[in-house]
Design a protein. Structure first.
Length: 167
């Protein structure tokens, strides 16, 4: 998500490019806080086969990872824009003056899911949100470039963490 958000900001020549990257890095911080609780609960729930993680989070905890992550960011006294992006990365239109960052992170999240990275119970149900594509004015070629950039970064990361002789 961070790579996509930064790449979009670079292509648009927006200021504060690294803020887009940082927003992408922290957007799912609330998942870490909920992960252990969800791990023990979710997989025994056959009734939730078609539910998204957001629905499960809200049903069981009354809060989802985006809301929890935003509250964590507030308590850490992170900038207002970062809090807004974390809170609204699944609904970027609600991010007020920080919509561009939220849309960029949202597109990054969708691309990661489309590539099968970070997939949960909701599986491969993801596609680029047309509102996000329109809000960011992404051409089809730019969308393909984003997917390619993410794949390149994933390959690089895999090369860096693979030790010689461990294959």
């Amino acid at each position: 998500m961070a790579i996509c958000a930064r790449t979009i900001a670079q292509k648009r020549r927006w200021k504060n490019i690294e803020e887009f990257y940082f927003a992408g890095l922290l957007s799912d911080i609330g998942k870490l806080a909920l992960e252990k609780l969800l791990r023990s609960m979710v997989f025994s729930l056959g009734d939730w086969q078609s539910a998204s993680f957001l629905e499960i989070e809200r049903s069981y905890f009354g809060i989802d990872h985006a809301m929890l992550g935003a509250e964590m960011a507030r308590r850490w006294r992170l900038p207002e824009g970062l809090v807004a992006v974390i809170a609204h990365h699944h609904n970027p239109a609600a991010a007020g003056p920080y919509q561009a960052q939220a849309y960029a992170v949202h597109v990054g999240d969708s691309i990661m899911m489309m590539l099968g990275i970070g997939i949960g119970r909701d599986g491969l149900q993801y596609a680029l949100d047309e509102r996000a594509v329109a809000a960011l004015n992404l051409t089809e070629a730019e969308q393909e470039e984003l997917v390619s950039a993410v794949m390149d970064q994933i390959e690089l990361a895999e090369m860096l963490i693979t030790l010689p002789g461990s294959a």
